[in-house]
Design a protein around this ligand. Structure first.
Ligand code: PA5
Length: 443
């Protein structure tokens, strides 16, 4: 299979189960299949929805003349898109694609003052259509456009939105100002939206083939759904992580691709894993405080940073390595020097060194008796990234089932959002009372 999965010889997943366990596994498997086919979870089959791709391509054709593309969204409404652009975007195109996923005034200023607003397409992405950060940037961009002489009649030449097809503040604005828009299906939430227009439009601007990206996911699907459970890599990985947690209290998951281009994939994984699995209440009990803590890393750089901790620190981590077997570009390391350590490098290429460092790390972990899962893809391209993304989305949902939590909601985040709006309202009241413009502190 193109997407390889392997385990350390010293720390293999269990392969035999008694009758009761096998029955439980079959039930969990059945539940997973039910979940991905249900109305609640649209993510698993989104890649085969041609309409979502077609709509994105139409919008891209209309705006492809724009020199700059600014994606505004936060959390799941940004991370899948920036991961894709960072990993696969064409060099000359991605230099004009920007992601505003924060409300830092300095960063916002730097970006807006470095581009020509009239030559920019702003892409506002919010599934709920009501996220304060995204709407705040929306408002200030409108002010900036006005200062450039672009008034509401012309907003449609500079703005496209992606949001829920039917509801939310952003959808209302789309309708009111006749803006172009793309739909995020109602049953797909932010962190599961990597196969929707949320990612498709920026990917098209970055010169990425979204059909191949979706094809990759499609190709993997067959093996994900393999009924031969003992060979099913999704089930094996989920079982491995679950048994490490139950029997060894290993509850931290490090995600470590060996690739700079996949650095953001680690951030994407962190958000997906944390927001989906970290829950106060399970399906049947309150106050269980469930979760697996994700840690973002990338090789080889983190070999000189976090790896020391992973190797010798607390025995509470499992590392998910992602290795790219072959790189598109490579360099010979032959030098004119005939002394150590150059003589060791001379016969090799840069990718040989990366491979050796990776293999060395695996060996050292094995010797230390540390658990890991070793994922491989033959090379980094649209198809393989599509596979990787669908695999980890599916693994997250599967783990949600094992941990008995709902991977699709985020009540903690929602509570924070609610309190922020309440505090803003309090501030307005206080200002009214004191007629003062001075700052204030929340405590
Ligand atoms: O993954 C999620 O559901 C969240 O991280 C959301 O994407 C994030 O809170 C932004 O929400 P929205 O897309 O509604 O603006």
């Amino acid at each position: 299979m193109t997407f390889g999965v392997d385990f350390p010889s010293t720390f293999k997943p269990r392969e035999s189960f008694d009758e009761g366990e096998s029955q439980n596994l079959k039930e969990t498997w059945g539940l997973f299949k039910e979940t991905i086919a249900s109305d609640e979870a649209g993510f698993f089959y989104a890649n085969s929805n041609k309409e979502l791709r077609g709509d994105s391509k139409r919008v891209f054709e209309k705006f492809r003349h724009k020199k700059y593309f600014v994606h505004v969204g936060i959390g799941g409404s940004s991370l899948g898109s920036s991961t894709l652009v960072e990993a696969l975007g064409k060099k000359d195109k991605k230099k004009n694609i920007f992601f505003l996923d924060n409300i830092d005034p300095e960063e916002t200023y730097d970006l807006l003052s470095s581009i020509k607003l009239k030559e920019t397409l702003f892409y506002f992405v919010s599934k709920s259509g009501g996220t304060a950060e995204t709407l705040a940037i929306f408002s200030l961009v409108l002010n900036q456009l006005r200062q450039e002489g672009i008034d509401k009649e012309e907003w449609k030449d500079s703005i496209v939105c992606a949001t829920d097809p039917n509801s939310g503040a952003l959808r209302d604005l789309v309708n009111r100002y006749k803006l172009d828009s793309l739909s995020i299906p109602s049953n797909i939430g932010g962190r599961f939206s990597a196969f929707t227009p949320v990612s498709y439009l920026p990917a098209l601007f970055a010169g990425i083939d979204i059909d191949l990206y979706c094809l990759g996911a499609e190709k993997l699907k067959k093996s994900l759904l393999d009924e031969e459970l003992k060979d099913n890599s999704l089930l094996k990985c989920a079982l491995y992580l679950k048994s490490l947690k139950d029997s060894k209290r290993i509850n931290q998951t490090v995600f470590m691709p060996y690739s700079s281009k996949l650095k953001l994939l680690s951030s994407w994984f962190v958000q997906l894993w944390a927001e989906s699995l970290g829950k106060k209440n399970s399906f049947s009990k309150e106050n269980v405080y469930e979760g697996l803590t994700p840690i973002s890393a990338y090789g080889v750089t983190d070999q000189h940073s976090q790896l020391q901790l992973f190797m010798e620190g607390p025995r509470d981590k499992c590392i998910l390595f992602l290795q790219i077997k072959s790189f598109k570009h490579d360099f010979e390391l032959k030098s004119p020097f005939e002394e150590e350590p150059f003589t060791k490098l001379n016969p090799h290429s840069l990718s040989d060194l990366m491979r050796a460092e990776f293999r060395g790390t695996l060996r050292a972990l094995e010797e230390e008796g540390r658990p890991y899962i070793h994922f491989t893809i033959p090379s980094l391209n649209e198809e393989t990234l599509g596979m990787v993304i669908l695999f980890f989305q599916s693994l997250t949902v599967f783990m949600g089932q094992f941990l008995e939590v709902n991977p699709f909601d985020q009540p903690g985040v929602e509570l924070g959002k609610k309190f922020s709006f309440e505090l803003l309202a309090t501030k307005k009241e206080e200002e009214k009372k004191s007629h003062s413009k001075e700052g204030f502190t929340y405590v």
